[in-house]
Design a protein around this ligand. Structure first.
Ligand code: ADP
Ligand code: MG
Length: 240
């Protein structure tokens, strides 16, 4: 589903991703961890072409993203992304946040989009908030709306960039619960998070990044028992 082959990326002179080789299969749940500034968000943003790579090959959902000719708008419909700061439209009701892309981009009828939206709001446990505005919701509820909005496009891959980092501690669990059930349904997911309990329990693989490189790519059992790399050991010991 996702294949990085010898991918490099520079921001001007700065070498942010170094020789990335990574393969993610359909239905896999991969958690990316590592210190701030190590390139986690950049790697994630390359997957939906929010960033372009400077060298190597990146194939996502069968589309060669290193090829300048690809139709990016069509490609992006299949990739959902959830950000740390929700990025909901503040002046639109919850239900309208979710129906916007399916009606405008996919050409789904308003009524069908509304029914789909309500279905996904039920799935994330907040059907009663359909007519609210984002500012009337808690952080955890807003993030669940953002997930429902992503799912309404029926994506093949969901990307999460620190989805719980901006939340109050008491609402983190409700967002992780939604992500856990998506994982169990077989969604292909790539998740940047500092929630180590979630990574241990839900991830098929844990990737540890530092200074633009992938230093570890292992199962959570292996990784948390004893990471091979010293930098990963130091990183984990600081979290605990
Ligand atoms: P992480 O998500 O692991 O914290 P990022 O991918 O956001 O790391 O950033 C990696 C490095 O690239 C950081 O040093 C950051 O300052 C730099 N960086 C990120 N985005 C840009 C950009 N648009 N232009 C220049 N440098 C950037
Ligand atoms: Mg980041």
């Amino acid at each position: 589903m996702i294949q990085f082959k010898q991918v490099n990326k520079h921001y001007g002179q700065f070498h942010v991703l170094k020789d990335i080789n990574l393969q993610i299969e359909e239905g896999e749940v991969v958690v990316i961890i590592g210190p701030s500034g190590s390139g986690k968000s950049t790697l994630l943003r390359c997957i939906n072409r929010l960033e372009t790579i400077s060298g190597g090959e990146l194939i996502v959902n069968g589309v060669p993203l290193h090829d300048k000719k690809v139709d990016i708008n069509k490609f992006r419909r299949d990739i959902g992304m959830v950000f740390q700061h929700f990025n909901l439209y503040p002046h639109k009701r919850v239900v309208d946040n979710i129906t916007l892309a399916p009606t405008k981009v996919l050409g789904v009828s308003k009524e069908e989009a509304r029914q789909t939206a309500v279905g996904y709001l039920e799935k994330v446990g907040i059907a009663d908030k359909a007519q609210s505005y984002p500012s009337q919701l808690s952080g955890g509820q807003q993030q669940r709306v953002a997930i429902a909005r992503g799912l309404a496009m029926k994506p093949k891959i969901m990307l999460f960039d620190e989805p719980t980092s901006a939340l109050d501690p008491e609402t983190i669990g409700e967002v992780l619960d939604v992500m856990r059930s998506l994982a169990h349904e077989g969604m292909t997911m790539v998740i940047v998070t500092h929630e180590m309990g979630f990574a241990r329990e839900v991830a098929d693989r844990v990737i540890f990044m530092d200074q633009g490189q992938i230093l570890e790519d292992s199962t959570p059992a292996e990784f948390f028992a004893k990471p091979r790399e010293e930098r990963a050991q130091v990183f984990l010991s600081r979290l605990i």
